[in-house]
Write a protein that binds this ligand. Structure first.
Ligand code: MN
Length: 447
């Protein structure tokens, strides 16, 4: 596990973030023979779920925190039963480096036999001078008697960092690692507990720690591949760092694949094409570059071949299906609408978040407006933000309306989007949070 490299996108993952992780992990395996696996930092949104299903692909593994856990250092040592004779513990300990875990029939830890517990047991039963007791006699006692039953237990998914104080106080050399029902999984040794291996992480589609999995600073950050503004953490080592002005991270992955002289499997190319088309609103968003157009052509060539799940599609037909899979307010809980595609920022002394939702018609906003506004206020309060925004984008007409949470800082009165009578702001021609809305907001907050 510690050798593995996790390629992971931002929290509240969108299709580009998932596709780029899948695609880049594949490229690292294929081109560099690196042990890379794709991961995701949160639940798959409805659009991405549709894309993965369409392509028969599995979602990357869920990974929300980079802090090392007991499961990453435990050893699955073989076990013996309490009723076994000490001789069995002796044999086992000779293979495990001096420790024999004693586990009950119910799978739960009973006690640990090691040099110290044995010594203690024999001193207690035989006295300070064992006389002519033979080793055979000594070894015929039951493991139950000689096991130390006070060894601390830790849950496999508990963070080592959270338990360090207790571990240092306990002064044990070995610990139980158990599952949620308290059953034996393995043994952790103190030397690894005090110096657990750091997870190896590659960030795609983001570079700001606020948008990354928790405890990123406890992992080794190996590389960043992205297309957003800079807000990257500092590192101890030089890392490969690629941030380029293109419409999607999927574009960058497809370029690197072509540069390596490789072609992607059709389903994976289909996922990257989905990420590209979703991020650029089918190559119409102002973030779209000539390189995105080239990448879309290349990915379509790989993805639409005969026999592929996308055989017969065109960029236009596939793109429209992707966008409508993620669009609409009617079938979604307002709480989901304001939190599914959301990014948090910290700027000019303000903590805020900007969510985006896509619709095929802004008229549907009216009937959902009140609930969306209160969901936005709830979100602001729950996350302790100064304000929250929701950009509702009409992907057919290429225009948006902006909702700002209540009692927003007065500085936002200067937003260049005229207020309408329903309390929303009109943002004609705005479709990109990253390239159009965010620079305006940051400009106001930082002046
Ligand atoms: Mn992206």
């Amino acid at each position: 596990m510690s050798d593995q490299i996790y390629v992971i996108g931002h929290v509240n993952p969108d299709t580009d973030s998932i596709a780029a992780a899948l695609g880049y992990a594949w490229l690292l395996r294929e081109r560099d023979k690196a042990p890379a696996v794709a991961a995701r930092a949160g639940a798959v949104n409805p659009q991405t779920a549709w894309v993965l299903k369409r392509l028969n692909l599995d979602a990357p593994i869920l990974f929300t925190d980079a802090s090392p856990r007991f499961e990453s250092i435990m050893q699955r040592l073989d076990t013996i039963r309490p009723e076994n004779q000490l001789g069995a513990a002796w044999t086992l300990a000779s293979r495990t480096g001096g420790i024999a875990p004693v586990v009950g029939e119910d799978g739960k830890p009973f006690g640990i036999i090691n040099g110290l517990s044995l010594f203690k047991y024999f001193t207690e039963t035989l006295g300070p001078r064992p006389g002519d007791t033979t080793v055979r006699e000594m070894m015929s006692a039951s493991c139950r008697e000689a096991a130390d039953t006070a060894v601390p237990k830790y849950a496999a998914n508990a963070k080592i960092r959270d338990m360090l104080n207790k571990i240092l106080r306990d002064e044990y050399n070995d610990y139980w690692v158990v599952d949620e029902s308290g059953r034996y999984l393995g043994i952790a040794h103190q030397r690894e507990v005090l110096n657990p291996p750091r997870l190896k992480i590659i960030l795609v589609d983001h570079n700001e720690p606020r948008q990354a999995i928790a405890a990123l600073d406890e992992a080794d950050l190996l590389e960043i591949l992205d297309h957003h503004r800079l807000g990257n953490p500092s590192t101890h080592q030089p890392i490969r760092f690629t941030v380029d002005v293109v419409g999607s991270t999927s574009t960058l992955v497809s370029e690197l694949t072509a540069e390596a002289g490789l072609s992607m499997p059709p389903a994976l190319a289909g996922a990257l094409l989905a990420g590209l088309l979703a991020d650029t609103l089918i190559l119409t968003s102002p973030t779209t570059t000539a390189r995105d157009n080239d990448a879309a052509q290349r990915l379509a060539r790989w993805a639409f071949v005969g026999g592929s799940p996308l055989e017969g599609e065109t960029i236009e037909s596939y793109g429209k299906a992707i966008l409508s899979a993620g669009a609409g307010l009617s079938n979604r809980d307002p709480k989901d609408v304001v939190s599914t595609d959301i990014k948090s920022y910290d700027s000019g002394g303000f903590k805020f978040a900007v969510a985006q939702a896509e619709v095929t018609d802004l008229l549907q906003l009216t009937e959902h407006l009140q609930l969306l506004c209160s969901a936005l206020d709830d979100l602001r309060d729950k996350r302790g933000l100064d304000f929250a925004m929701l950009l509702i984008t009409d992907i057919v007409r290429g225009s948006s309306r902006l909702l700002v949470s209540g009692s927003a800082p007065p500085i936002l009165d200067d937003l260049p989007y005229p207020p309408l009578s329903d309390g929303t702001r009109d943002a004609p021609g705005v479709v990109s949070r990253k390239k159009q809305l965010l620079p305006v907001v940051l400009g106001l907050l930082e002046r």
